[in-house]
Design a protein around this ligand. Structure first.
Ligand SMILES: NC(=O)c1ccc[n+]([C@@H]2O[C@H](COP(=O)([O-])OP(=O)(O)OC[C@H]3O[C@@H](n4cnc5c(N)ncnc54)[C@H](OP(=O)(O)O)[C@@H]3O)[C@@H](O)[C@H]2O)c1
Length: 282
């Protein structure tokens, strides 16, 4: 079987390997206790995955694990040793869904160095460490898939959230480079970019009013995108209404113009509202 550590042999072999099937695969879902994590776990369960679920809130984790017949492994991703323990105890994992994150909202000067470290550790270093720990065994088996849940804030800058933007842009860079490196190993890599998600999760919990006309998607939409990313081995999938996706794409081409337009739509006031609602979660 192909291994990602041997690029010389990979270069001479066919590169199109069949995508991973969800049914019968062992899938580790981080942030399973959250709004989107619940939807992802239920979607993968409905498609026949065997689940290992993780989060910090043990009661919520146990309830979901019981509902889905899943294994539960509580872990604090802000602790690097706990991340290593999670990877070790999870066993043979075919699919990693790196979904957990802190909202990391608010201007930089409102953060302590410790809070900065925690945001980067949970949102970026923990997904990297889990990928590092789990990928060699996937490559050895010649099958596996890594899905990173980023955000449209990982494609285009948003006001008043430099740490969230940094970690979500970081995930995109990490995943897209890793996808190239793992191309021939049988391990797929995808990044999913939700916009504003209604009903459950960190945006819904913050209860911030969006400008008129800014549409939302549901946690189930994100979950279906995660499943599609795996079965179709897609590099990137946005989960947002067309106008928001278009705005994000334009911001990639003309960031100054996009920043001015979103300022006029009240982006700075909205950022302040998130900061107030999510300050206790740093
Ligand atoms: N909701 C949106 O509108 C939206 C938009 C774009 C992107 N996203 C992304 O979607 C993903 C899921 O977010 P969500 O909306 O479902 O948010 P959420 O409901 O707040 O869930 C966040 C999850 O991350 C886990 N988590 C946070 N800190 C942790 C830590 N130190 N150790 C272990 N787990 C930790 C939480 O677990 P515990 O609470 O059990 O600790 C929870 O399960 C995130 O990556 C987020 O950035 C969300």
């Amino acid at each position: 079987m192909l291994r990602w550590r041997h690029p010389g042999s990979i270069a001479r072999l066919p590169v199109r390997l069949p995508p991973v099937q969800i049914s019968g695969s062992n899938a580790l879902v981080t942030g399973a206790t959250g709004g989107i994590g619940h939807a992802i776990a239920r979607e993968l369960h409905s498609q026949g995955a065997r689940l290992v679920l993780t989060g910090r809130r043990t009661d919520t984790l146990s309830d979901l694990a019981a509902e889905l017949g899943a294994r539960e492994l509580p872990a604090d991703l802000s602790d690097a040793d706990d991340v290593d323990r999670l990877a070790e105890q999870a066993g043979a994992i075919d699919i990693l869904i790196a979904n957990a994150a802190l909202p990391a909202s608010g201007r930089l000067e409102t953060y302590t160095p410790e809070q900065i470290g925690r945001a980067v550790q949970v949102n970026l270093l923990a997904p990297i460490a889990l990928a590092h720990a789990l990928t060699p065994a996937m490559a050895a088996r010649g099958r596996g898939h890594l899905v990173f849940v980023s955000s449209l804030a990982g494609k285009a800058a948003t006001a008043g959230a430099p740490l969230y933007n940094a970690t979500k842009h970081g995930l995109r860079g990490f995943a897209s480079s890793l996808r190239i490196d793992l191309r021939a190993s049988g391990v797929g890599v995808s990044t999913v970019f939700p916009g504003f998600i209604r009903e459950a999760g960190m945006h819904a919990d913050a209860n911030v009013t969006l400008p008129r006309g800014v549409g939302t998607r549901s946690p189930q939409d994100v979950a279906r995108a995660v499943a599609r990313a795996i079965v179709e081995n897609r590099g990137e999938i946005d989960v947002a209404p067309p106008a928001l996706r278009l705005g994000t794409a334009l911001a990639g081409i003309a960031p100054e113009l996009a920043a001015a337009a979103s300022r006029r739509m009240g982006a700075e006031e909205i950022a302040l509202a998130y900061e107030r609602a999510q300050r206790e979660m740093r």
